[in-house]
Design a protein around this ligand. Structure first.
Ligand code: ARG
Length: 589
């Protein structure tokens, strides 16, 4: 027989639970897998020690069970009284309708710490609970700014939320394709084409493409308001572009390429990359195929004004319809999105596709999915829109947010100032780079704290506080734990004395780690990053309490070794979870 300890080490969650479930399944006469699904780790309590796992009696026993007349607490008590402690379980109780279990402390410590050492960055991600989720190919489309227009806060939110969703999907074993769908077509290019010959400078374009194109666009917009000729010349440029006229197309390509290069640089500052820079322009011609498909199905209705519409109402009674073609035959935003979805299915054969934009586009995506459904595109059901609310009050010293770069610069500058004001952050090799990472963490945490759909008011001072639930706090905690690295004499993560790690602050931290996969599962359900942020804040606070209570310096070698190993593992989980959120942990600050 394989020694039990070996099994616990290999699948710690499964086998802690395994012991409870075997007994329970015998008593209630249900398969142990079913029992396991009703067991969860208990959230850590601030004031008193909690049990480790709980079995929700209500979700396990339905009313057909014998004692249907007892209260859920009575059922839990009855079940608990029939169970015996063993080499894994040291205490069994009943609490508010669940049977509670406490694992032997030395076993808990040993198993969790060994599991972290063994799994490293995969800790908590390959558990039984998460292995039940179907895996596949996921497209996440996010950020998607419009060339020559403002990169507003909505784009910033889309960028960081989309990146987090992509990371999450990747972490549980999906193949992920990140697509940036640029607004790179439409009248703004007609205006830009005309505007560039009037206000443009090739040098400024090369030096600072995003800003220059934006400035030209603003100027030509103003000028065109007063000048009918400019307006018709913009329309003329757009027609040339639509017609594929070489000179117009070459200028457009030039604008597009320089903008992408610049964007890629800024995304890199956030540690974000894309597998594909796509854009509306790709789907100008394919939109015509979409129109043909709609015609073939007999669902494209011609209106009196010459436009073509599709009935997107639930009852197919034309109570809601969507224009898909203008009277001059050109496509619209929605038409290009239909074409893009069909094209991506052909190109990637994805299992699911997630679009991340602000909530003002909710109806747009409902209509998009409806049209795909009408077209018989079965994958439409695996397309989701993740909407988010508005941010008010995000200003930089330059004023309103116009460029992503400005926000990152502002966060960095403010953080540098804060760092200079505290005596702790001296002797940094590259203070600006560190400030940048901390600043980005602050932005991300501030944004991820609440429900995505809520609007919120942004406040630099609040986001950059070093205490409370902020990104700065997380970075401090991580750096502090990381600094313990210097205390290792010889780093050995396999050899430690468990009896040196029985303090309450260790136990509650480890208990918190037992819930890791449950939190990930919750995030996968509706993509809300706040579960993970809360969890991480909890971990940070527990780690800080433990750090204060358990000094390494001045302890006996056995105790020091055990504590170092504990902190090392907590720091690893902290770092990996921060990375999931899109935060780059700093090791010094
Ligand atoms: N460029 C658009 C905007 O700034 C967002 C694109 C969203 N994605 C899509 N497939 N429509 O509003």
């Amino acid at each position: 027989m394989v020694p039990l300890t070996f099994l616990w080490i290999t699948f710690y969650n499964l086998h802690f639970i395994g012991q409870c479930t075997l007994q329970v399944s015998r008593i209630v006469g249900l398969p142990s897998e079913t029992v396991a699904q009703s067991i969860r780790a208990v959230p850590v309590h601030r004031k008193h020690e909690s049990p480790d796992f709980q079995l929700f009696v209500n979700s396990l026993l339905d009313d057909s069970h014998a004692d249907a007349n007892s209260t859920v607490q009575e059922k839990a008590q009855k079940l608990a009284s029939k169970l015996n402690c063993d080499t894994v379980i040291s205490e069994i109780g009943a609490d508010r309708g669940s049977v509670t279990f406490k694992v032997h402390r030395d076993l808990l410590t040993k198993t969790v710490l060994q599991k972290i050492t063994q799994d490293g960055p995969r800790f908590g991600l390959n558990t039984d609970l998460l292995s039940r989720i179907p895996k596949g190919k996921t497209i996440v489309e996010f950020s998607s700014p419009n060339i020559a227009k403002k990169f507003h806060v909505g784009h910033l939110r889309s960028t960081i939320i989309g990146n987090y969703i992509a990371n999450l999907k990747e972490a549980i074993g999906n193949e992920v394709i990140r697509i940036n769908y640029l607004g790179d077509w439409g009248l703004q290019f007609g205006l830009l084409g005309t505007g560039f010959s009037k206000f443009g400078s090739e040098k400024e374009l090369r030096d600072n493409p995003l800003e220059h194109l934006f400035n030209v666009y603003v100027k030509i917009n103003e000028a065109a308001e007063q000048d009918e000729n400019l307006r018709s010349s913009a329309m003329e440029f757009l027609r040339r572009l639509e017609g594929g006229e070489a000179q117009a197309v070459s200028l457009w390509t030039h604008f597009r390429e320089l903008s992408i290069q610049e964007y890629a640089k800024i995304y890199k500052r956030l540690g974000i990359h894309f597998e594909e820079y796509s854009g509306e322009s790709f789907y100008r011609e394919k939109s015509q195929h979409v129109l043909q498909m709609l015609r073939n199905r007999g669902v494209l209705k011609e209106m009196e004004n010459g436009t073509g519409v599709v009935d997107v109402s639930e009852g197919q009674d034309m109570s809601t319809y969507k224009t898909v073609v203008r009277s001059d035959g050109t496509s619209l935003y929605i038409t290009r999105d239909v074409a893009a979805a069909i094209d991506r299915k052909e190109k990637y054969d994805f299992d699911e596709m997630i679009y991340v934009t602000d909530k003002s586009q909710q109806t747009h995506f409902q209509h998009l999915f409806k049209i795909l459904e009408i077209l018989g595109e079965k994958h439409s059901i695996r397309c989701h829109h993740v909407p988010f609310g508005r941010v008010q009050g995000m200003k930089t010293r330059k004023g309103d947010v116009i460029f992503l770069e400005d926000v990152l610069d502002e966060a960095r500058t403010r953080m540098l100032q804060n760092m200079a004001a505290t005596s702790t952050s001296k002797d940094l090799e590259d203070p600006a780079r560190t400030a940048e990472k901390i600043g980005a963490a602050a932005l991300i945490v501030q944004d991820f704290k609440g429900p995505l759909m809520s609007d919120y008011h942004f406040d630099w001072d609040r986001a950059l506080q070093s205490f409370g639930d902020t990104g700065v706090f997380l970075q401090y905690t991580h750096a502090r734990l990381h600094s313990l690295q210097g205390l290792w004499e010889t780093k050995d993560l396999t050899d430690f004395n468990i009896s040196c790690l029985q303090e309450p602050s260790v136990i509650s931290t480890l208990q918190h780690l037992l819930r890791y996969d449950e939190v990930i599962l919750q995030c996968l359900d509706d993509y809300q990053p706040r579960y993970l942020v809360n969890y991480l804040m909890g971990l940070g606070h527990l780690a800080n309490v433990a750090h204060l209570a358990l000094p390494v310096k001045g302890s006996t070698p056995d105790v020091a070794q055990a504590r170092l190993l504990f902190f090392n593992n907590v720091q690893m989980v902290l770092a990996n979870t921060m990375k999931l959120l899109g935060i780059t942990p700093v090791t010094n600050m």
